[in-house]
Design a binder for this molecule. Structure first.
Ligand SMILES: Nc1ncnc2c1ncn2[C@@H]1O[C@H](COP(=O)(O)OP(=O)(O)OP(=O)(O)O)[C@@H](O)[C@H]1O
Ligand SMILES: [Mg+2]
Length: 296
């Protein structure tokens, strides 16, 4: 199963959610965890591996795919054990990913690579895409499940909508928004409740098969990076449980069998209109001026 944590908005908690989920799942002995760091900044790699990272990295893997050479074997070679959890393997990213992304690699590069890699059936692959649009798209296309962290700010709305649009365009059928950093102030809890109500009632999200999961609380433990070592903090268990339930509930076949969103079955002209309608609706749910969404 491939879970992609993504958003074109920077600093919303993608790496935190990806690495925390890896740690949380690693406690389950029936699962193998592979984290793929697709962010040129290599945040997940430095959290989970630290220090100097030698080749091969994900860039070498994806470069093979660009040349049309099966890369599964190199993917396995590039995966190395996390320094904190011996049951987590990491395929590290590095700065060269940005150049690769700018050269428009094939949308399905990572799918091909994962298909040719020999991973045990009980493997959960967790992808952290970073914010680069072409890497976001590659990560979404490779995913069985898409997780989009959102922080409560107006600046988050537009890139979040754009990320949802990539999912919509690529027929992604199962995903969720995860509110991040909630509860630092009373107004946040209230605001979150309002967002959750609106988002949960959003027909666009429902039609896409997207849900809103319980949020990740604001915490100094996260800011200071203390959750990375030792026993997994109790404080985040309910958030992680919510994500796990979502991941393991139902099957992805069920999600695929869900009726196609009408957007994908109507004429080109209408398609644009329809999409704008959905963007506007999402924008409204995220309290973003609808006019701005039309220009996005
Ligand atoms: N719930 C939280 N409470 C407090 N701090 C948080 C919380 N979630 C994330 N942070 C902090 O916010 C910052 C951004 O989080 P993170 O790096 O996970 O975001 P990102 O989406 O991966 O960013 P980028 O787009 O740069 O890769 C980090 O310093 C992280 O420790
Ligand atoms: Mg990150």
């Amino acid at each position: 199963m491939v879970v992609t944590v993504t958003s074109m908005k920077g600093g919303v908690g993608k790496t935190t959610i990806a690495a925390m989920l890896a740690r949380y799942l690693a406690d389950r002995e029936d699962l193998e965890i592979v984290v793929i760091d697709m962010d040129p900044q290599g945040g997940a790699s430095s959290i989970l591996l630290g220090g100097q990272i030698d080749p091969p990295t994900l860039v070498d893997v994806l470069r093979l795919e660009v040349e049309g050479i099966p890369s599964g074997e190199l993917m396995s070679e590039a995966a190395r054990r996390s320094r904190h959890d011996e049951r987590i393997f990491v395929v590290p990213g590095d700065a060269d990913l940005a150049d690769l992304a700018n050269a428009n690699p094939p949308l399905r590069s990572l799918n091909y690579s994962l298909e040719s890699a020999t991973l045990p059936d009980n493997t959960i692959v967790i992808i952290d895409t970073g914010t680069h649009p072409s890497l976001v798209a590659i990560g979404i296309v490779a995913a069985d499940i898409v997780l989009i962290p959102v922080m409560l700010s107006q600046q988050t709305a537009r890139p979040t909508i754009n990320t949802l649009k990539v999912a919509l365009h690529n027929h992604q059928r199962k995903g969720a928004l995860i509110p991040i950093g909630i509860g630092n102030a009373n107004w946040e809890a209230r605001e979150l409740e309002r967002w959750q109500r609106k988002l949960r009632a959003s027909e666009a999200l429902i039609a896409m098969g997207f849900e809103v999961l319980p949020g990740l609380p604001y915490s100094r433990i996260i800011l200071r990076g203390r959750w990375r070592y030792g026993k997994f903090p109790k404080r985040f268990e309910s958030t992680m449980d919510g994500i796990c339930q979502f991941i393991f509930q139902g099957s992805t076949e069920e999600a695929e069998a869900r009726e196609d969103v009408p957007l994908l079955m109507i004429s080109e002209d209408e398609k644009v209109m329809r999409e704008d309608g959905r963007s506007a609706e999402l924008a409204e749910a995220l309290q973003y001026p609808a006019e701005a969404a039309h220009g996005a």
